[in-house]
Design a protein around this ligand. Structure first.
Ligand code: P61
Length: 456
């Protein structure tokens, strides 16, 4: 089979600045071993996130010029609204400036003390918005999703038995929403099957609980369904996505992922009275309902990107990138999440750095080592991001200690990916020399963004 090539040509480029190891050593300690505190200019390959980092297409850039910046009733809003309606089948579309604003609005209304929001796995901003409302976020991931190195087709699935049990235990009246994250970002970018979505929906209907989708990576999830669920092999991505959304009462989306936009998001809904409450809050914290914190040009970019992302040639290349990097790492013995996820490659830092306990943040130690070795910036998804303390102040570690290398969409070429593999493999060879870290400063919520650490 011929090489699967990038399905685009490069029209505009951005230079990479190179640093030496000595320089990176100083940069790392100035940034308190926190990759979020490193200047982007000091990064060679930036795999911190696939969020807002996509290269836009020439069609999107052209759309930006056509953006209608009217305060009310902008033409760009109707383009945006119609596109979301067509893809999701949902009649109500509320624009927000990014995903967490959609979450903030939804959970301010639906959350609150004594409530539980159940999920396969909530991403950190979703969880934070739920917890800020006073509600509790509950992850009910299928057992196979919790073992990084054992492959399975749909490791993002929700544990339906656990869901049923949880509802009976806490009472459906205390569970305002069940939210499925597609793909499951915190659990390795793993997909959720259509069958699982149907099963979860059936339970939700039985108990009168609305089901929502966190749709950031809906197209990547749809592609996995096409590849792995026989029933869908001849369906288009549009058809699969439409069916997925057909089971949902609503969704939130950060358009910074699968819409190839640098900013943007939305809530899509079916319930008019909930929409009214959402819009009232939107006006206070985001903006008028026909722009919700976005410029007209941003809404154009999102509308165009939402269609581009469903092109199969693109998704084929996109998913292949993750597989390609995963294969290289596996052949060198590096412990990675299997199978490859949709937007990122996840290293199992617990297995990579067996000598570093969770209390010394092996994921973050590996993030620091990757930067030092080759200027590659990754993100920890482990006990720094999700760890909590018990009453004695001891760390309650996260379920997994992962390091995510998120691949920005349409940004890096195969040689960049080859370089990343070489750096990881070199770090793996010298892994015994890596030291654990301890926290010297942390914020009360989402501490990983601003935490300061030092070597133990
Ligand atoms: C990411 F280090 N994700 O993956 P917003 N749901 C889901 C997301 O993946 C997500 C949001 C909601 C990011 C950005 C990010 O601690 C971090 O548009 C499944 O970013 O508000 C975002 O969408 C929120 C990186 C967010 C982080 C928080 O890289």
């Amino acid at each position: 089979m011929p090489t699967i090539i990038e399905p685009f040509k490069i029209k505009s480029v951005e230079p990479i600045t190179f640093t030496t190891r000595e320089e990176r050593k100083a940069i790392l300690s100035k940034a308190f071993f926190n990759a979020f505190l490193i200047k982007a200019e000091d990064v060679i390959i930036d795999l911190l996130t696939d969020s807002g980092t996509s290269a836009m297409s020439s069609a999107q850039w052209a759309g930006m010029m056509l953006g209608d910046e009217s305060y009310a009733g902008s033409r760009s809003f109707f383009h945006f609204e119609n596109t979301v309606k067509e893809i999701t089948g949902m009649p109500i579309v509320i624009p927000t400036h990014q995903g967490r604003a959609a979450e903030k609005i939804l959970f301010t209304i639906l959350g609150g003390e004594g409530k539980y929001i159940v999920s396969n796995t909530l991403f950190d901003t979703t969880r934070a918005n739920i917890e800020v409302s006073g509600a509790t976020g509950v992850d009910l991931l299928c057992p196979e999703g919790k073992i990084p190195t054992v492959p399975a087709a749909f490791k993002g699935n929700m544990d339906v038995e656990a869901l049923e049990k949880f509802i009976l235990e806490k009472g459906a009246e205390n569970i305002p929403v069940c939210m499925i994250t597609v793909t499951n970002n915190s659990g390795g970018g793993q997909p959720v099957s259509m069958q699982n979505i149907r099963d979860v929906k059936a339970i939700c209907i039985r108990h009168g609980i609305p089901m929502y989708i966190d749709a950031c990576r809906f197209a990547e999830n749809s592609y996995f369904i096409k590849m792995r669920e026989k029933e869908f092999e001849n369906k288009t991505i549009q058809e699969i996505a439409f069916e997925m959304f057909s089971y949902a009462d609503g969704c939130t989306m950060s358009a910074k992922k699968d819409a190839f936009a640098n900013i943007g998001g939305f809530i899509a809904l079916r319930d008019e009275s909930l929409a009214l409450q959402c819009r009232n809050l939107l006006i206070i914290i985001e903006g008028f309902p026909t722009y919700g914190g976005l410029a007209g040009r941003d809404m154009e970019a999102v509308a165009i990107g939402l269609r581009e992302v469903m092109e199969e040639q693109y998704l084929h290349y996109r998913i292949r990138t993750m597989e390609y990097l995963t294969e290289k790492l596996v052949s060198a013995g590096v412990p990675v999440m299997l199978p490859a996820g949709g937007h990122a490659v996840y290293i199992d830092a617990k297995a990579f750095l067996e000598h570093i306990p969770s209390e010394e943040y092996p994921g973050q130690a590996l993030v620091a080592a990757l930067y030092l070795e080759g200027g590659v910036r990754a993100v920890e998804i482990g006990s720094l991001m999700f760890g909590k303390y018990d009453e004695q102040g001891r760390l309650i570690p996260a379920m997994m200690e992962l390091v995510r290398m998120a691949i920005p969409r349409r940004v890096y070429t195969q040689s960049h990916i080859d370089y990343v593999a070489e750096i990881i493999i070199e770090v793996y060879r010298n892994r015994r020399n890596i030291k654990g870290l301890s926290i010297t400063y942390e914020a009360p919520t989402l501490r990983h963004f601003t935490a300061r650490l030092r070597e133990v």
